[in-house]
Design a protein around this ligand. Structure first.
Ligand code: F6R
Ligand code: MG
Ligand code: MG
Length: 373
């Protein structure tokens, strides 16, 4: 039996600097310190702390399996402590994604976004993790389809015999809280019919069909559904496994050579173009965006993230590269085009999907003035 290793990526907006712009240094320091202590105690093996805009992202590698209460508590306590610091500093939106006060064993459903994957380590296991700000989990539907099902994106589907059997997708119906598994290429049209509805159906897991090898997992919460009203944000995270009979890192990144539209952006109520960026530009500005996505690459080695000579986890900032300049340029062109339309659909989301709306109040105010036509 090969070694089992778990990758946990848990994120939360605990408060940010200058509105919903970026995670500031004092909050990073708390996360770094807590995860370092957890490493020293042997709870996790190593970690990387990073940010997607105003979301604090804890990437932890350990051997405790998925949904482990100690790992989830570590994340919860870290977010709580960072939120308290944010409150003390009067940062913006302190603790905005923390729904309840008492931790009950699993952080899922309590506000933070979670993606976890337990793997049996292969000879070499390259991993890419994604974090996005000002959008929701449906933002990964389109690239996941292209990576694991589109032969025009992923050459391996056509020319690597290990991938010829295709991939299986687990789709969550976030409205009715149900899930279904569809296999590609056989059920590709059914898959697209569902996941094209990005606001409702979201890909939660992907496996290689021939041996059920897990190869991708994403956070698929809709906080508004959990809390039955609009609270917090669903800015998503995703873990993808690469190479040697799975899509290559380059095939995983290819869908991001172009921008595409996602829901979110200002007040969670607009369509906006995704902008793939390096960590340096992982901060939202224009109209609170455009929605940004970062991608980090690393290797799993003997239960941890492979380290350099100084014992530091080695990480590649994958979108920090001229290859994504065109996508960033397209994002800006599309952003200006959409913003010219102001609050007119389709720049603005439909009334059911808006996180903020005054429509009810307006209709109430005008109630008496509406006459039969
Ligand atoms: C979207 C987001 C921001 C805020 C906007 C208004 O996910 O976080 O666009 O919705 O800045 O924020 P408030 O209502 O806090 O002033
Ligand atoms: Mg925020
Ligand atoms: Mg956010």
């Amino acid at each position: 039996m090969s070694r089992k290793t778990t990758i946990s990526l848990i994120k939360c907006d605990v408060g940010s600097l200058a509105g919903h712009h970026v995670v500031p240094q004092p909050l990073f320091k708390i996360a770094e310190r807590n995860l370092q202590q957890a490493s020293e105690k042997g709870l996790i093996n190593n970690h990387i702390v990073f940010n997607a805009g105003d979301d604090l992202e804890l990437l932890m590698v350990h051997e405790k399996g998925e949904a482990n209460p100690d790992i989830h508590k570590l994340a919860w306590d870290t977010f709580k402590e960072a939120a308290n610091k944010a409150l003390e500093l009067k940062l913006y939106g302190a603790g905005q994604d923390l729904l309840k006060t008492a931790f009950s064993g699993n952080i899922r459903g309590m506000g933070p976004g979670v993606a976890e994957m337990e793997i049996e380590e292969r000879g070499s296991d390259p991993i890419v993790v994604f974090g996005a700000d000002k959008t929701s989990a449906g933002a990964f539907n389109f690239p996941l389809f292209r990576i694991f099902a589109d032969p025009m994106n992923t050459a391996g589907l056509v020319i690597d015999p290990n991938m010829a059997g295709g991939f299986k997708f687990e789709i969550m119906d976030t409205l009715e809280n149900k899930k279904v598994v569809l296999k590609c290429p056989e059920e590709m049209y059914e898959l697209i019919a569902l996941i094209g509805t990005v606001q409702r159906y979201m890909i939660s897991r992907v496996w290689r069909a021939r041996d059920d090898l897990i190869c991708a997992t994403g956070s698929v919460t809709r906080l508004s559904q959990i809390a039955v009203k609009y609270v917090g944000k669903d800015d998503p995270v995703m873990i993808v496994r690469a190479q040697h009979g799975l899509p290559a890192v380059g095939e995983i990144l290819s869908p991001f050579m172009h921008s595409y539209l996602v829901e979110g952006w200002m007040r969670g109520s607009h369509w906006g173009p995704i902008m793939p960026v390096g960590l340096e530009d992982s901060k939202c500005t224009a109209f609170d965006g455009p929605p940004r996505m970062v991608a980090l690459g690393f290797q799993i080695a003997n239960g941890e993230i492979a380290k350099d000579d100084d014992g530091k986890p080695m990480v590649a900032d994958l979108f920090n590269d001229p290859a994504f300049e065109l996508a960033r340029h397209e994002a800006l062109e599309n952003a200006t085009m959409l913003r010219r339309m102001g609050e007119f659909e389709p720049a603005r989301l439909g009334p059911q999907e808006m996180e903020y709306t005054t429509l009810g109040q307006i209709l109430e105010k005008l109630k008496e003035r509406f006459k039969p036509a």
